[in-house]
Ligand binder design. Sequence first.
Ligand code: HEC
Length: 168
Amino acid sequence: MTATLRTSPLLALALALLVTGCDGGFWSGEPEHRERTDNPEILARGEHLYQQYCAACHGEDREGAENWHQPDEDGNWPPPPLDGSAHTWHHPWWQLKDMIRYGGQARGGTMPSFEEQIDEEDAEAIIYWLQSHWPDEVYEAWLDYDRNTPTPADWEEATGREWVTHTD
Ligand code: HEC
């Protein structure tokens, strides 16, 4: 009995950590340094998910909307290309995951949330697949950017902007 009483607060803490960890959120609390992968299973998973959930807006070949660099008549930004030709490399790993899982609506954008359909590993598979198609120099620029802004706090300091997510 005494033993249970003594261990239970620790257990509660461990459980709480586990729950927050599993919840995923957009920020795991630790910088994740990822490199491109050529693992065929991961890439196939990413491609499949992309075609299922993303191609309708971002294009079958990831080419984005035609006038993606101009807001439409309602002032909304159209879906940008994800093929390495636009500014996707300007988002560190954690930010890409946040964008893919929770969309852009928390920041005034129109991309919907995929929280229910896409889990963290799915989002990672999509990023791996997208990056497997980026030209090497774009990927290298992304790596630098990612290494320089490995946490939301680093990114906010570097850009002077706030990263608002649906969990804020
Ligand atoms: C209904 C259309 C729509 C769908 C579906 C959609 N997006 Fe988007 N996406 C957008 C729009 C529009 C933006 C621009 C930001 C905003 O308005 O939220 C965007 C922005 C992004 C960005 C940021 C790119 C950059 O260069 O800044 C990424 C990454 C992204 N989408 C990935 C995805 C992925 C991966 C999927 C599939 C899971 C997906 N999107 C599904 C419309 C969509």
